[in-house]
Design a protein around this ligand. Structure first.
Ligand SMILES: O=C(CO)COP(=O)(O)O
Length: 136
């Protein structure tokens, strides 16, 4: 599965803690992140991630481009609900594309944990089925 990990600045510590707690599960998948988030996770774990640009510089849009092609299987995006972001339109666009393609999207720690546990149990296997159907 292709998984994107993104966090706004005030949520960086939470995503690092999440990545540490679920490192063994995440390590089985292909991981992507916006620039700073990816750097923080790689510093704290031995996970390998493909890092895009920082969010405000276009990283959300780069991840959005993969979502538009239905290539991303799960997005964990710990958004800061209390701080406005200069690149808000990019964030909304990313969310919208997930809804277009029905891609699971967690925006806080509570839902992220549920999704990672579901991932571990194989409950996102329908995404593989979908990719195989699209290839045929
Ligand atoms: O701003 C972000 C998402 O909108 C995150 O970007 P960084 O991971 O580069 O901080």
């Amino acid at each position: 599965m292709k998984i994107a990990l993104i966090a706004h600045d005030r949520m960086k510590e939470e995503i690092v803690q999440l990545a540490m707690a679920y490192e063994s599960i995440l390590a089985e998948h292909e991981l992507y992140a916006t620039g700073t988030t990816g750097g923080r996770i790689m510093d704290a774990t031995s996970l390998k991630l493909t890092r895009f640009l920082s969010g405000p510089l276009g990283g959300d849009q780069q991840i959005g481009a993969m979502i538009a092609k239905n290539e991303m299987d799960l997005i964990i995006f710990l958004r800061d609900p209390l701080t406005s972001q200069p690149h808000e339109p990019d964030i909304i666009a990313l969310l919208r594309l997930c809804d277009v393609h029905k891609i699971p999207f967690a925006t806080n720690l509570g839902s992220a944990e549920i999704m990672l546990k579901a991932l571990e149990r194989g409950e996102l296997a329908w995404r593989d089925v979908l990719h195989k159907e699209n290839e045929a």
